[in-house]
Structure formats: structure tokens, C-alpha cells
Ligand binder design. Structure first.
Ligand SMILES: [Mg+2]
Length: 243
């Protein structure tokens, strides 16, 4: 029985996410500040009452106040803008409208990204042979990246209130892909959330050591690469070994 399904993390697995967030984070907030200040309902600038760091601190505190939603980054972000705009002096309806607009702006920037050039041809080749899935804790919508047609299942684990390393998104993916752990491989950059979580379930796992943290003792069924372009070799090896 050969390998029959491969699931992927998104951020820092299929693209470099650091630069995307480094741009999206200050840029969408600056946009919100400009819009709110232009409305001139409140004498002080939003940047004075809530600098970017205060908005970030509020998001962290929301994760404590709403622990079940801590992995739902979309909800946390929009809720933070909603709350800070109310404290800044907007009424509830306007705060809600502007928070939604700020979040839309963020999501536009969040999706301004380039998957590694090897990704598309790799999926193209594998879609013939394996069932493919996404398991992400993030809020990227792969439909907006035009990658969704390759995947049989897409799981936004944070939004189902069970972010990785919770086993439920993995089990749900395996079930929907109609496979069992030992015939499935998960690929991701996070040691705890991707690699160990999948490995403990009995799946094979590839650790994308994107930060080049170096060699470490690898548990059974775990492989290390530094870039997604090294995957085909591992997949071929694994496929032979499981057979
Ligand atoms: Mg990741």
C-alpha cells in the first residue's frame, strides 16, 4: 500500500510569510488611522490614542479573554479594531463598519504573496497521483491565490477553534481524504504544530526547516528539508518504502 495523501501547512511552507506580514501589519493599520482621522469625528488622532503597539497588545489580550477563539486570527483582528474604535469614540455601528473595512484591507495585503515557483508544478504533478489537502492555523484563503483546485480538502484549523497541534484538524483531513495515518504525509515548518502533531498520530511528516535551525534528532517517520523544492525526492522515497 503506497502513500496516498499529502497535507500541507501554508505560511512559511509554501511561501515566505515574514515579509508578507511585515508589510501587511503596519500598512493596513496606517490605512485605518488615515481613514478614521479624515472623518474628524474625534479630535485626537487614532495613532495617538492607539498606536500600532497598542492594537497588537489588544489582540494579545483578546486571545486571553476569548481562549476558544485564540486561533481564529481573523476574528481576533477585526474584534480588536472594533473595540479600539469604540474606545476612540466611534459609535458601535461605525466602529463595526470601519473594523470590517480595516480587516478587508488587511486581507488584501495578506494575500499579496508569491508561492515559491516550485509549488505550482509540484501540485500539478502530485494531484494526479495523491489526494492533497491543506491544514492551516492561518487565515489565508487559497481560493484567492488560485491554488484551491489542487486540493480535496482545506482545513482552517484556527477558525474551527482547534488550531494545530490539536489532533482534530489532522483527523478531519484524513477522514475527508479517505485515508489512514500511515499512508499520509504532512508537510510543515512548525516543529510542534506540524511535525510532532502529525507524527504522534502515526502520519509521516516532513519538517520544512525554513529558518535552518539545523539537524536535530528526528523521531520515526520524520524527515527534514530546508525548502519545499526538496520534497519530491522524499515523497518518492517514502512512496517506495511504504509499498
Ligand atoms: Mg507555517
Amino acid at each position: 500500500m503506497a502513500l496516498d495523501a499529502i497535507t500541507f501547512d501554508l505560511d512559511d511552507t509554501l511561501w515566505h510569510n515574514g515579509p508578507v506580514m511585515a508589510h501587511a501589519e503596519p500598512t493596513h493599520y496606517q490605512w485605518l488611522v488615515e481613514q478614521i482621522d479624515a472623518c474628524a469625528e474625534v479630535a485626537t488622532s487614532l495613532a495617538d490614542s492607539f498606536p500600532l503597539e497598542a492594537y497588537q497588545r489588544l489582540r494579545a489580550s483578546l486571545m486571553q479573554r476569548f481562549p476558544l477563539s485564540r486561533g481564529d486570527h481573523s476574528w481576533i483582528r477585526e474584534r480588536a479594531m472594533f473595540e479600539l474604535l469604540q474606545v476612540h469614540g466611534l459609535d458601535e455601528e461605525r466602529a463595526r463598519t470601519w473594523a470590517a473595512a480595516g480587516f478587508d484591507r488587511f486581507m488584501q495585503l495578506r494575500h499579496t504573496l508569491e508561492p515559491f515557483p516550485e509549488v505550482e508544478p509540484m501540485f500539478e504533478a502530485w494531484a494526479q497521483r495523491y489526494r492533497l489537502g491543506i491544514i492551516t492555523n492561518g487565515n489565508v484563503d487559497v481560493r484567492r491565490l488560485k491554488l484551491d483546485h489542487h486540493f480535496d480538502v482545506i482545513i482552517l484549523a484556527g477558525e474551527m477553534h482547534a488550531p494545530k497541534p490539536d489532533t482534530r484538524p489532522f483527523l478531519s483531513a484524513l477522514f475527508q481524504l479517505g485515508t489512514v495515518p500511515y499512508r499520509a504525509l504532512h508537510v510543515g515548518d512548525n516543529w510542534e504544530e506540524d511535525v510532532l502533531a502529525a507524527q504522534r498520530l502515526g502520519m509521516h511528516a516532513v519538517w520544512i526547516d525554513a529558518k535552518n535551525e539545523g539537524e536535530r534528532e528526528l523521531p520515526p517517520r520524520v524527515h527534514r528539508v530546508t525548502h519545499v523544492r526538496e520534497l519530491p525526492e522524499i515523497v518518492a522515497l517514502l512512496d517506495d518504502r511504504i509499498r
